[in-house]
Design a protein around this ligand. Sequence first.
Ligand code: SAM
Length: 288
Amino acid sequence: MQHVSVMPAETLEALQLRSGYSALDCTTGMGGHTRLLSSAVGPDGHVFACDTDSESLAMAKANCEGSPSPITFIHTPFSKARQALDALGAGLMDALLADFGTSMMHFQTPERGFSLMHDGPLDMRLDRTSEGPTAADLVNTLSERELADLIYTTGERRSRALARALVRARPVVSMKQFADAILAAVPRTGKLHPATLAALSLRIAVNSEYREIESLIDQLPSLVKPGGRVAFITFHSGEDLIAKTGTRRLAKEGKCRLVNKHVLIPTPEEVRRNPASRSAKMRVLEML
Ligand SMILES: C[S@@+](CC[C@H](N)C(=O)[O-])C[C@H]1O[C@@H](n2cnc3c(N)ncnc32)[C@H](O)[C@@H]1O
């Protein structure tokens, strides 16, 4: 399974890791950034690598075998990060990375139900051990109005028409049924599948993604030492707005300093090599 880690050089520059440091990778995914952090902290350092998806964690573990530093893999969502570290007796970290969203693995595995290109169950849970709701639960149980409001959260202007089409097509249990119901209501015009934004809205809701990011920001002073660095990588405007608002609030409260005035973005060369990086934005903080 391939996932190319975004902005690797910028991540290392942002986190200013040294030999012997401890680092928390909140989103280990396929383990690419985790390996990078491990090399930077070396055998005397320690990386704590978390993910809410236990299947990703298992792959990260395999991909990180032989890394220079000890790595502790932890199955936890952001909202329970401090609790998970407490259970291990781990104190404040020197640095923290969160590379938000999903990995390529989620889109390349049809049974996870993220991709409009492959058929599979309409699931979209990042943590398949959680009790739900799945995307199908939302599509089949919300009222048409609630569904339209949910779809509108990513700025989908045709949310009412899409919600009406989905309600008419119930029960919608597979990605193909979901994509076909929307295609029947809104014909394809440009490159983007007309269900793309609706699928993103469902994914964000199923995984409480915005609440999770807010919770991580709230926990930062209890996760990272004063002087320690934090790097956040976001991939769409809603995610970035949550990161921007939360980190500015923390800075106003005197708990951190915003290291860069503007967000950092991948170089044109990186975008050419890895088109999936094109929407990445990095925000860097120093804890006070
Ligand atoms: C963009 S991928 C990370 C890729 C990784 N940095 C790499 O180099 O392979 C995002 C990861 O964050 C995880 N994730 C998303 N929301 C999470 C949350 N609330 N708590 C913990 N992990 C989360 C996803 O399961 C996914 O594996």
